[in-house]
Write a protein that binds this ligand. Structure first.
Ligand SMILES: [Zn+2]
Ligand SMILES: [Zn+2]
Length: 335
């Protein structure tokens, strides 16, 4: 019996009697991170990282949650479970599962570059690695975030000179918080869409010290936004909500902006290639760093990435899951 099986309810550890990020209700769920395709409602018990818990409470309400820190061990029916930083968003964890000397690691979503707010990614040695592949094609090749941040700041300053509001479209959980520090460095006021605000408040309540922000209010005078910065989820982009900022410029922060044409297709004024997922090289380096003899590839470009691994001598197979290509469908993350 494999340590982790792929079932119609999700990734299951039969020996430990638990699931990881299951998409159907189960008695025991271990959750990698708070994005809605990984953290679903209806489970009887949730185990997650301390930083994930307030976000699960915000999204799923009261449940039986247990949280632990990095590297702390929990034994579930003889199976040793521990959480390790995935660098994808606040609290995001890789799940390490060990039984009788055999080790499997489930990556959840991950990014290898340290964003300063999610704990920095650490590769974990294992026999079998289950990796995401959201950007698992060689065309996805990120520039250093410092360069992207500078581009965003320059764009904001230019918009301000033209008396336009800079509306940045970013995932409300993860990307939005990551952007706050570089945005604060522009000295502009930062206004948050309600969905981003809710996530922000949950984190502040949990003790996070984040740069100062204000909520976009229904009847605030239009002038207060002039030349300032707004962070909103992608659902806001095509809504009447955004009209209040007129004149404004829209900048989309997403890994998908790497593909030319997506900026135009989305009707944006600027696209910033800023992702919370590993790029092609990040995925490859991680797979190698785990030392895994067997790699299962989930959500993303799983067939291309697993084919490449097989060609380079790393035994790999693709697995179908119900996790989403979240940077493409941010509407699912309206909290
Ligand atoms: Zn995610
Ligand atoms: Zn995912």
């Amino acid at each position: 019996m494999p340590l982790i099986e792929f079932t119609d309810k999700g990734l299951c550890c039969p020996q430990g009697q638990f699931y990881i990020d299951p998409w159907k209700p189960v008695p025991k769920a271990i959750i990698t991170h708070a994005h809605s395709d990984h953290a679903r409602g209806g489970h009887q018990y949730y185990l997650c990282h301390h930083d994930t818990k307030p976000l699960l409470q915000l999204r799923l309400g009261d449940n039986s949650y247990e949280s632990i820190g990095w590297n702390a061990n929990r034994v579930l029916n003889g199976v040793q479970v521990s959480l390790h930083p995935a660098g994808h968003m606040i609290g995001s964890s890789q799940i390490r599962v060990e039984y009788k000397g055999e080790v499997w690691v489930v990556s959840g979503d991950y990014k290898t570059e340290d964003d300063g707010i999610s704990s920095a990614f650490e590769p974990v040695q294992c026999n079998t690695f289950i990796t995401e592949s959201t950007f698992g094609l060689p065309i996805y090749n990120w520039k250093p975030q410092s360069e992207i941040y500078q581009n965003i700041k320059d764009w904001i300053i230019q918009n301000c000179e033209e008396e336009k509001t800079s509306v940045l479209i970013a995932y409300s959980l993860g990307k939005a918080q990551r952007l706050l520090q570089p945005l604060a460095e522009t000295g502009k006021k930062i206004f948050l869409h309600g969905a981003v605000w809710n996530a922000h408040q949950a984190l502040v309540k949990a003790g996070w010290q984040l740069p100062e922000v204000e909520r976009v209010w229904q009847d605030a005078p239009k002038e207060i936004y002039r030349g300032q910065v707004v962070i909103a989820p992608s659902s806001a982009e095509s809504s009447t909500w955004i009209k209040r900022f007129s004149p404004y410029a829209i900048g989309i922060c997403s890994g998908w902006m790497q593909v030319r044409g997506n900026v135009r297709r989305k009707n944006a004024d600027a696209g910033f290639v800023l992702s919370d997922h590993a790029d092609w090289n990040g995925l490859l380096q991680t797979v190698k760093a785990t030392g895994a003899q067997k790699v299962f590839v989930t959500h993303g470009f799983q067939s291309a990435f697993s084919r490449y691994l097989n060609e380079t001598g790393i035994e790999s197979a693709e697995v179908k899951t119900e996790f989403g290509a979240e940077e493409d469908n941010e509407a699912i993350d309206q909290v």
